[in-house]
Every structure is written in structure tokens, then in C-alpha cells.
Write a protein that binds this ligand. Structure first.
Ligand SMILES: *Cc1c(COP(=O)(O)O)cnc(C)c1O
Length: 371
């Protein structure tokens, strides 16, 4: 029985729950931008200019100057032909995959892909081949099947529950060899990874092999919303066929303005990215020294494997007593027996915060005889 938890106050670093102030390890505000003064000022000005809502879908009269400017900025930033903003990443993945793929097509999807990708695959009515997490040999043998009209490989860049990355160079090569489209979800790497925070595909030099590239504004950009970049024909097709874009009220213009500003900030945030990486290395090392299993990744998302569901809930409760909030992630979100506390680090955490976190994990681990 899951329940909503009332958050009294939160930023990238701290959270107030049930009257207690804790180190926040639950936020995707990786660069601490959600409270950035320039973003808030830009959004405030946009609120005065545009009001709260476009009050219409993009196709009717909801496509404002704010949307057009954001999309141009995104296309320029990624050196892509065009960009298209969406209300959020869930709707984008769900809407785009189900719109592009249909009966007679086949989708190859990593076992750990996000729920929004899973749901898009289901709704598409294409055949869906789930390949074991990051297993390129298994994917290749699935790709050898004949008889489908179109093929799509879809993956996250950084997997949000395990904190490890897709083998993107190998995926790009397989997509090329087997004539498949490649769709990439950079929700957890946009702003964080690669030159100017452009993501993993840019870092690895394979951006041009990605036909459908998506990112979200609700994580490292500190805003809300999502976007896709790609070829002109792709964007035109989506504008004509993608149901959530056609039949839902447009992204509020204030969010388009804020996201555009956030993109500017992110492109110049090398110092924040360095701080985030330093924090991630420090905490991973500290947790490993204590004897915890944090899986194989090296990112700012650090899963601390606890085990059975009940024990994971108990660990999450205890760690709050010791001053940190790291949410319990349990089955069915992750496989049985791999319940975990998921730590999201941000550039805003200080060394003192991280010492407090390590201390909390040490106390919890000893009490539950995990270490
Ligand atoms: C958060 C997330 C989404 C959904 O994005 P929202 O804008 O929050 O709806 C999609 N894909 C992945 C991998 C995510 O982590």
C-alpha cells in the first residue's frame, strides 16, 4: 500500500518531512536550478506576458511565440533540423512511440526502460521484443528476425533505477547494421553529461545515429515539460498524428520561457557538472567502503541494494531517523529481491551533507545487520 507523503519544503539539497529537516536524496534537480533566481525571474516575466495557460492545444491556438522560440533554441543547441516541445516526458514517450509504430512493426526495448516507454510500446500494437538489460548479443539475435516492416530500438541513456548507462555506441552500430531507428531518452543525462550538458549521445559522438532524441525539462533543467529533436519530416508527421500533442492543452508558455532560460544556464554550467561528479564519486566510494552494493554504474544515481521488500521499507524508515531521505524502490518497480534505497545526488549537496548521509547509512546498515 503506497501512500503520498506530504513534503513541507524541499530543494535540491534539503527536504522537510514530518517536521524534520533531512538531506534530500530524492530530487532530480541535479544542478539545483529549480530555485535559480534567473529562472524564477524569467518565469515571472512570462507569467505577466502570457498568463497561466495557452488555453488551447498546440494545433488550434496554443502555439505561442514562447513555444516557437524554445523549439528554435533547442534545434540550434543540438544542431538538429527541428524540435518539438511536449507537456511532459511521459506523454512524449507514450505518444510518440505509439504514433510511429504499429501492427506489423517491431520494437526492441531494454528490459529496464521507463514505464512511459513500456506503455508507448504496448499501445502501438507493434511486436515488442524486450532484450535483457544492456545485453547487445541478445539484442543482435533478436534483430536478425525477418518479416517486419519497420524496426525501432528504444533505450534510456542513463537507467534511473540502476544508475548505469546504455551501451550507446554498440546500439548505434546495431541500428545501422539492421536498418532500425534508434530512439534515445536522455531524461537523466540532459544537462548533466557531455559537452554543454548535451547528453550521452553527444559525449560519445553518436548523436547523428539517433533518429528520435528526447529529453525532459523536469530534471536537471529544474522546470517541467519535455522535447524531441529530429528530422523535419519526423516533426511534421508528429504534428499531424501524435494524439497527445493534438488533443491536449499546450505546455504553458511560462514553462516554455523558463525551459529556454534553463537551457542557456545549463550550457554554461561546467562548474556544477564537475561538482555533481565529485559528489557522486565521493558517495559511491564511501558507500562501497561501508560494504554496500551500489551496482556497476558510475553516475549521480546511486542505488543501494537492500534486498527483500519489507527490509527495504524498514531501511528507508530508519535512514530518516538518522537524517537522510533516500526513497525505497521496491518490486514491482525493480525485480524481486533487489529492493533498494535510491540516492539522487545534486550539485547542491555539500561535503557535510554527504558525511551526514554516510553516517546515516552506517547506522542503518549496522542496525539491520546489512554491513
Ligand atoms: C522522468 C522520466 C520520464 C518522464 O518525464 P516527465 O517529464 O517527468 O514526465 C521519461 N523517461 C525517463 C527515463 C524518466 O526518468
Amino acid at each position: 500500500m503506497r501512500q503520498l507523503r506530504l513534503v513541507q519544503e524541499a530543494n535540491a539539497r534539503r527536504i522537510r518531512l514530518a517536521g524534520r529537516e533531512l538531506v534530500n536524496l530524492s530530487s532530480n534537480d541535479y544542478l539545483g536550478l529549480s530555485h535559480h533566481a534567473e529562472l524564477i525571474e524569467a518565469a515571472g516575466q512570462a507569467l505577466a506576458d502570457h498568463g497561466l495557460s495557452a488555453c488551447s492545444s498546440r494545433l488550434i491556438s496554443g502555439h505561442t511565440r514562447a513555444h516557437a522560440e524554445l523549439e528554435q533554441e533547442l534545434a540550434d543547441f543540438f544542431a538538429a533540423e527541428r524540435a518539438l516541445a511536449f507537456n511532459c516526458g511521459y506523454v512524449l514517450n507514450f505518444g510518440v512511440i505509439s504514433c510511429l509504430m504499429r501492427d506489423g512493426d517491431v520494437i526492441f526495448s531494454d528490459q529496464l526502460n521507463h514505464a512511459s516507454i513500456v506503455d508507448g510500446c504496448r499501445l502501438s500494437r507493434a511486436r515488442v521484443e524486450i532484450y535483457p538489460h544492456r545485453d547487445m548479443a541478445a539484442l543482435e539475435s533478436l534483430l536478425k528476425q525477418r518479416g517486419y516492416r519497420r524496426r525501432l530500438i528504444v533505450t534510456e541513456s542513463l537507467f534511473s533505477m540502476d544508475g548505469d548507462s546504455a551501451a550507446l555506441a554498440a546500439l548505434a552500430e546495431l541500428a545501422r547494421r539492421y536498418d532500425a531507428w534508434l530512439m534515445l531518452d536522455e531524461a537523466h543525462t540532459l544537462g548533466v553529461t557531455g559537452p554543454e550538458g548535451k547528453g550521452l549521445a553527444h559525449q560519445l559522438g553518436v548523436f547523428d545515429s539517433v533518429q528520435i532524441f528526447m529529453g525532459t525539462f523536469g530534471k536537471a533543467l529544474g522546470c517541467f515539460g519535455a522535447f524531441l529533436v529530429g528530422k523535419r519530416e519526423l516533426i511534421d508527421y508528429l504534428i499531424n498524428s501524435c494524439r497527445p500533442l493534438i488533443y491536449s492543452t499546450a505546455l504553458p508558455p511560462i514553462l516554455a520561457v523558463a525551459a529556454r532560460k534553463a537551457l542557456k544556464l545549463v550550457s554554461k554550467a561546467d562548474d556544477l557538472r564537475q561538482r555533481l561528479n565529485r559528489n557522486a564519486r565521493f558517495l559511491r566510494q564511501g558507500l562501497a567502503t561501508l560494504g554496500f552494493n551500489t551496482l556497476a554504474g558510475d553516475s549521480h544515481i546511486i542505488p543501494v541494494i537492500i534486498g527483500p521488500s519489507d527490509l527495504t521499507s524498514e531501511a528507508a524508515r530508519l535512514i530518516i531517523d538518522y537524517g537522510a531521505y533516500a526513497p525505497a524502490i521496491r518490486p514491482p518497480t525493480v525485480p524481486a529481491g533487489t529492493g533498494r534505497l535510491r540516492c539522487s545526488l545534486t550539485a547542491s549537496h555539500t561535503e557535510e551533507d554527504l558525511e551526514q548521509v554516510l553516517n546515516a547509512f552506517r547506522e542503518m546498515g549496522r542496525k539491520l545487520r546489512l554491513i
